[in-house]
Write a protein that binds this ligand. Structure first.
Ligand SMILES: *Cc1c(COP(=O)(O)O)cnc(C)c1O
Length: 376
């Protein structure tokens, strides 16, 4: 995704504008403080961020890790997932979800989605077999899956639930946020995520103190707090510098979510009048409910032609995961029958969505879409 903010164009995402420029002075200040003190690894800014993000999510503990993919793998290892085990994942997720499973030696089992793009609890239930050891749903685009149904299925099977919440910091389901439903949840701070750091970063949330302690060991070479090696581990820590950057950006996180919501409301109100455009809404929305709008994904007729029409008007769009569910990635061996996802991926398109988008730009995108179908 190369993104230049050329006047008159609407980029798909604006990395400098979304991740760096609004905070440049504060970020430089903290860089010079940390550079000057040498506090790079497992230091106070990380501890503060872990405390704050756990409190924000209502989770007991947060453990910073190098990236969300590592976080998912470490969380799986905490519940002893390994060779011979199966972990159920949605076919509509980033390959990282399945890769984390594969790296433990276990087998990812892909299941279908509902029409709203989220994992289908019925398909999860049908996928449970004697070797199923975990369910790992993805809170897609910042919307929460049917957590009541998934929790019921996991409890019934006596297996843990681990949320891939990479895209959904701050999303709410029935008054609870990710990281408080199952064993753990993992959030990503990749630059284009809702809360982006200046590189890679992630956090694992959990309410279980012993899991938190195990995660802290695993991310730091299997060393306990006194530095004694007590297990095989990894090197996957959230840098103190990245945590310091995140502490700064986290202060305006709620404001950034509101801005994104406003854009989405505007998109929805205009596009609801265009027959060829369907805006999928999560099917289970118990109160209180909040989506956090990582991406604005719509289902459209003649997707490729529409994207081309928008491109010609200077508007960039994206198709998530290259337009294919995990179950179609035959080289990965994840074949499965997912007819709802096949239909979904033939129509899905992401429109530009970020804080710095202007109302005029949103209107221009909507107008160009209406135009396309009016002319078609
Ligand atoms: C971004 C993302 C990840 C991976 O996060 P990283 O921090 O880049 O490792 C995993 N799952 C989903 C759904 C994502 O969107």
């Amino acid at each position: 995704m190369t993104v230049l903010n050329i006047e008159g164009e609407v980029p798909f995402f604006d990395y400098p504008g979304e991740v760096y420029e609004p905070w440049a002075d504060e970020l430089h200040e903290i860089l010079s403080e940390i550079g000057g003190t040498g506090a790079f690894i497992l230091q106070n800014h990380l501890k503060q961020f872990e405390r704050d993000v756990a409190r924000y999510q209502g989770a007991g503990f947060a453990v910073g890790v190098g990236n969300a993919t590592d976080g998912l793998e470490l969380a799986l290892r905490c519940v002893d997932i390994g060779p011979g085990d199966e972990v159920v994942v949605s076919t509509h997720t980033f390959v990282a979800t399945a890769a984390a499973v594969q790296r433990t030696g276990a087998t990812p089992i892909c299941v279908d989605i509902r029409e709203d793009g989220l994992i289908d609890p019925g398909a999860v239930e049908r996928a449970i077999g004697p070797n199923t050891r975990c369910i790992m749903p993805t809170q897609l685009n910042g919307a929460m899956c049917d957590m009541h149904a998934l929790s019921r299925i996991a409890d019934g099977a006596g297996i843990p639930l681990i949320e891939d919440a990479a895209q959904s910091l701050g999303a709410d389901y029935s008054g609870k946020r990710c990281g408080t439903f199952g064993t753990a949840a993992v959030i990503s701070f990749y630059p284009a995520k809702l809360l982006g750091c200046l590189g890679d970063g992630g956090v694992v949330l959990t309410n279980d103190e012993s899991i938190a302690a195990h995660l802290a060991l695993l991310r730091d070479h299997g060393r306990d707090p006194s530095g004694v090696v007590v297990a095989w581990g990894y090197n996957s820590r959230l840098d103190n510098l990245q945590a310091a950057f995140l502490n700064i950006k986290f202060q305006s996180y709620e404001a950034s979510l509101s801005r994104r919501s406003q854009h989405v409301e505007r998109y929805e109100s205009v596009l609801s009048q265009v027959r060829e455009v369907d805006v999928p809404r999560p099917l289970s929305r118990p109160e209180p409910w909040r989506s956090v709008h990582q991406n604005f994904e719509v289902l459209v007729e003649r997707r490729t032609e529409l994207a081309r029409h928008l491109r010609a008007a200077g508007i960039a769009t994206g198709v998530q995961w290259g337009g294919a569910g995990l179950h179609t990635m035959t080289q990965l061996g994840l074949k499965a029958d997912c007819p709802v996802a096949d239909e979904y991926f033939s129509k899905s398109l992401m429109l530009p969505l970020y804080v710095g988008l202007t109302v005029d730009q949103v209107d221009a995108v909507c107008r160009t879409i209406a135009d396309f179908y009016g002319a078609g």
